[in-house]
Design a protein around this ligand. Structure first.
Ligand code: NDP
Length: 785
């Protein structure tokens, strides 16, 4: 022990290692290798791969590489267990979840040490953040298990869930996925990451200890191929994935057209915005937490610092000084701030990206020293970074912060949103009006005001744009694991429409003045770019009119017009309701004309359809200011808002049946929530839609909020699915086209809803339409000093 006077010279902490005997004993007991956990028991070890301690590079365990047959066996076990698990009274399921929470707490130190050894993250984080949050997640969802029946009446579990988790928060991501799935009555097959499978295997033992019925939780270890086999397995009803955007895209394509539920929590490049009126010292601590927590291997890491120009120099100087005080070293040492990078390949990736950033002009500042052995990277600032620099664009997944400055709040928002991602953001200002205004304009699923990296089981977490879709946590997270309501269907499938032709067609059913309705783009009538139209036929094959044969260019124009109609989302909900009422009034005033048109095209009772469309407009006008958000009880001294935000631009592809009512049923909830839409009406019966725009024209609907492009519905839908400016796509129609559309949607990872065919449009209305027209933004605001 040195003298106190010596210690005072540097104020360095001495080593303070956490004991790891219990964990090393557990690893030694399994030195012959771990098998999978299937049907409530461990299988014999198979073909093994090594798992390493990233801080030393030493192999610490051997784990089985999962094959297709293992995935099969696990899915079968989960399938066999699911009905019994779902049939348990909620309270019984709650007891198991409660036991999992309690046992996690009883094994808290064991799990924390194991996680640090396996992943390289500091014991202070696993002990104080990861494992307590795991227990919180199981407790929270034990509560939900009891309440699902009363809080989600009529809902049912999805079935068997395939869950794939990454290596950055191995046990925490397991809890985020397993707890809600089980609470809702689903069973799971989970694949942990190849680098970090050990806490999942320890959790399997906890499941045994809790007496969980066999097959409710199954764990198959392995690499990406095992994950791919799980995601593609026919026996899986839902896939939940956290990981890279690249693999998220592969999974989107692999599940396209299968009807599997999918939630994706992907990468990020989150902005950390510091205004000149921020409490700079607190913001410096925020940065440390935002980018150096978990070595920066955090999907929502605040990896782009945007700082007000007038305080940039002062802030960066403070930050550099603070970085000098961070200790990089042994994960099991309680005084370590920054542990090891998970694997040499990840370390090399970080090194490559930093060198590329330097080559593109970034000034690199690094603080402190790193141990000679193991995978370590020092805390790093990349200053004077241009927005085009690779470090400002790419997810580094390391302790690397790109620094940029801004002059005005508008510029801060523009820079912040200048990314293909949209997972999280952090805003620092002592002016709450400004902070809230900026939070509302950020394209991100989570916004922390004067705080960062806060998580809670009761608050939704998930991204916009290429950060994925779906939410984890809270009420919204549960919705991912439940079938909330089934769409009402009619038994008979509608007749298939013939292919459209621009060639001269049959004679008109009733002679009159030749009139070809145009399309409707940006609030104006527009001719199709190709200049072609097609004959619209009645049930007897006689021409009842013509419609424009729209193409790719028309869709592009319509999307552009929709993306400019941003004022609509900012209008008050009351105002949006007023416009919808006005549309309903004007439609009602012209009911006989619309009824005649419908009857001419479809031969069905047009009057009933117009009346139903008017009612539907009233329904969503009524809901426009009532489908509200919530305040979630999370951590003390925080108000945590769950805000329903519109997606932005939605593509709506209508079926052939009920051509007016289906269009209104899709468009009204979407615009009630503040979206702008591009509608592809029924190709066979488009004239109800082209008549409808004249109603919109006289109803104070701002130009660009509803755009209508007529033509070959499947081809136009595909263009919408491929378009990066479309944020969500709904499509009602025959199933065969769904696969192609969902595959095409993987480009910008837009949210999709395939409603299928035979929807009973007379009854197809309700909250589910509103829920699917929004994405939740979670905003955390602290209060108190
Ligand atoms: P991946 O996306 O490859 O891994 C996430 C999980 O998916 C792992 O369990 C992985 O298995 C599995 N997986 C890999 N390929 C497939 C596939 N084709 N089908 C199904 N599952 C698959 O991330 P990486 O580990 O490769 O990390 C690469 C980069 O991804 C990081 O540098 C970071 O930028 C980003 N990332 C983002 C995360 C986030 O939370 N948003 C988390 C992790 C990484 P296995 O580990 O065995 O390969």
């Amino acid at each position: 022990m040195g003298k106190i006077t010596d210690i005072l010279k540097t104020m360095d902490y001495g080593p303070s290692p956490e004991a790891s005997d219990a964990v090393r004993g557990w690893l030694a007991a399994h030195k012959d290798g771990y098998g999978h956990f299937i049907g409530g028991a461990f299988t014999a070890a198979g073909e093994l791969f090594d798992v390493h301690d990233p801080s030393t590079g030493d192999a610490i365990a051997r784990v089985t590489q999962g094959k297709a047959a293992d995935v099969d066996a696990a899915v079968s076990a989960a399938r066999a267990a699911q009905p019994g698990w779902a049939a348990l009274p909620g309270h019984e399921r709650a007891r198991y979840l409660h036991a999992l929470a309690r046992l996690t707490q009883k094994r808290e130190r064991f799990l924390a040490v194991l996680e640090s050894l396996d992943n390289g993250k500091p014991i202070r984080e696993t002990r104080d953040i990861d494992v307590p949050l795991v227990a919180r997640h199981f407790y929270h969802h034990a509560g939900w298990a009891t309440l699902i029946g009363s809080e989600f009446p009529g809902a049912r579990p999805v079935g068997v869930c395939g869950q794939i988790v990454p290596w950055n928060f191995p046990l925490l991501m397991l809890a985020w996925k397993v707890a809600p799935a089980l609470a809702c009555g689903n069973t799971v097959v989970l694949k942990p990451a190849e680098y970090t499978p050990l806490t999942a295997l320890a959790f399997a033992e906890i499941c045994v200890e809790a007496g969980l019925p066999p097959g409710v939780v199954n764990i198959v270890t392995g690499d990406g191929e095992t994950g791919a086999a799980l995601a593609a397995h026919k026996g899986v009803d839902k896939v939940a994935f956290t990981g890279s955007t690249e693999v998220g895209r592969l999974i989107r394509r692999a599940t396209a057209g299968t009807g599997k539920r999918l939630s994706l929590e992907l990468g990020g490049k989150s902005p950390f915005i510091v205004f000149d009126d921020a409490d700079l010292d607190s913001a410096v601590e925020g940065v440390v937490d935002g980018i150096f927590f978990n070595q920066g291997q955090v999907c929502c890491a605040g990896s782009r610092l945007l700082v007000g120009e007038s305080v940039e120099a002062r802030f960066v100087a403070k930050l550099k000084a603070r970085m000098g005080g961070l200790t990089v070293g042994a994960p099991l040492d309680k005084s370590t701030d920054i542990g090891a990078i998970v694997a040499p390949e990840q370390l090399q990736r970080i090194e490559r990206l930093v060198e590329a950033g330097r080559a593109e002009g970034a000034e690199i500042f690094q603080a402190g020293t790193v141990p000679a052995r193991g995978s370590f990277f020092p805390p790093t600032l990349a200053c004077r970074v241009e927005p085009a620099n690779i470090l400002a664009r790419e997810e580094v997944f390391g302790p690397v912060l790109a620094v940029m400055s801004f002059r005005t709040p508008d510029e801060a928002v523009t820079l912040a949103n200048n990314t293909r991602y949209g997972l999280a953001a952090s805003v620092w200002s002592e002016n709450l009006n400004r902070a809230n205004e900026v939070a509302s304009r950020l394209k991100a699923g989570v916004v922390w005001i004067n705080s960062t990296n806060l998580f809670d089981a009761g608050a939704a977490f998930g991204g916009y744009r290429e950060s994925g879709f779906g939410r984890e946590g809270g009420r919204e997270g549960l919705a991912e694991y439940l079938v909330l309501s089934e769409l009402p269907r009619v038994a008979a499938a509608p007749a298939k429409a013939a292919a459209l032709s621009a060639a001269p067609g049959p004679a008109p059913a009733a002679p009159g003045i030749d009139r070809t309705p145009k399309m409707y783009i940006g609030g104006k009538q527009a001719r199709p770019d190709g200049g072609a139209s097609y004959a619209v036929l009645d049930a007897q094959g006689r021409a009842v009119g013509q419609a424009g044969l729209g193409g790719r260019k028309d869709i592009r124009n319509a999307v552009e017009a929709a993306s400019k109609a941003t004022g609509w989302a900012g209008a008050s909900a009351h105002n949006r309701a007023q416009v919808l009422y006005y549309v309903a009034e004007n439609l009602a005033a012209r009911a006989p004309e619309f009824a005649a048109r419908l009857r001419a095209m479809t031969g069905e009772d047009g009057e009933a359809e117009v009346e139903a469309a008017v009612r539907r407009l009233f329904f969503y006008a009524g809901f426009a200011d009532k489908y509200d958000g919530a305040v979630r009880p999370t951590q003390k001294k925080f108000v945590t808002l769950a805000m329903n935000e519109p997606f932005g631009v939605m593509g709506l592809v209508c079926p052939d049946e009920a051509p007016l009512l289906a269009l209104v049923s899709l468009a009204a909830p979407a615009i009630a929530m503040g979206n702008a839409v591009v509608v592809v009406p029924s190709a066979a019966h488009p004239l109800a839609a082209t008549d409808f725009y004249s109603v919109l024209d006289t109803s104070d609907l701002p130009g660009g909020v509803v755009n209508i492009v007529t033509g070959e519905a499947d081809a136009l839908a595909l263009t919408l699915a491929e378009h990066d400016g479309v944020d969500a796509l709904w499509r009602a129609g025959p199933k065969p086209a769904e696969k192609k559309l969902e595959e095409a949607s993987a480009g910008n990872l837009k949210s999709t809803w395939m409603l299928g065919e035979g929807v009973d449009w007379g009854r197809a209305e309700g909250r589910e339409f509103l829920r699917r027209a929004c994405q939740i933004k979670t905003i955390w605001t602290p209060y108190g000093e």
